[in-house]
Design a protein around this ligand. Sequence first.
Ligand SMILES: [Zn+2]
Length: 269
Amino acid sequence: MSQLNLAPLSNFDIGFVAAAVIAIVAFRARSLDFGGALAACVVGTATYGALGLPGAAVLLAFFVTSLGLSRVGKARKRKLLVDVDKTGARDGAQVLANGGIAALCALGALWIDARLAVACAGAFAAATADTWGTEIGTLVRGKPRSILGLRPIATGLSGGITIAGTLAEIVGACFIAAVAMTAHLGAGNFRVASAVAIGGIAGALADSILGASVQSLRWCGQCERATEREPHLCGANTTPLRGVAWFGNDAVNASATIVGAFVAFALAR
Ligand SMILES: [Zn+2]
């Protein structure tokens, strides 16, 4: 008698297949470039593999709403966000900046301390809050002001806040918290949900403060305006204006998810 000796599928197997399918769909829709699709596959496999469905629910809540919102009003945003770096398909560095810390926390929850599941959700809440704030804040118009000093600054530049964008950040963080609680992530109780929501808001706040201070900002002499692009859209090379040269948008986003993870973990204990 022949014997089928199939090992049961692990969460990592299922996570890899599901993440690969979703990454291919997003790649074909040009929401992710090739590196972005690879990175999304890694983040998805780690998150589902370590946390199962609760992790997948939180990851998808971030991923689907962020890519969806970035497609709304694309033409107008492209016109408004002329000085912002990386407005097309997300690349690998962008995906890892938003999801890398969360994926590490998920693996940590499996191998080190189960309570790190809340840190994973806190990191995704920070990434979601920041993305919703930027996308909705840009769509609703309203003149952004710098979070430090409240000077008016160009739409989409890091460190700028609007009332609509700030409200969207809070709603985005609470949305991830609600998904985490509904999907029974960690203890799945209200304490977890509040920790995730506050972590997400703290992360988005850190994002704005870092974006207004240490993030690299450059100057285009030809257009006489501040920009995050090098070279500028006009083709001219730009010169450093403020901040740390290597500390760009991805470094700021990754830092925001670290804050989100840390605050959520500390509050949920
Ligand atoms: Zn220029």
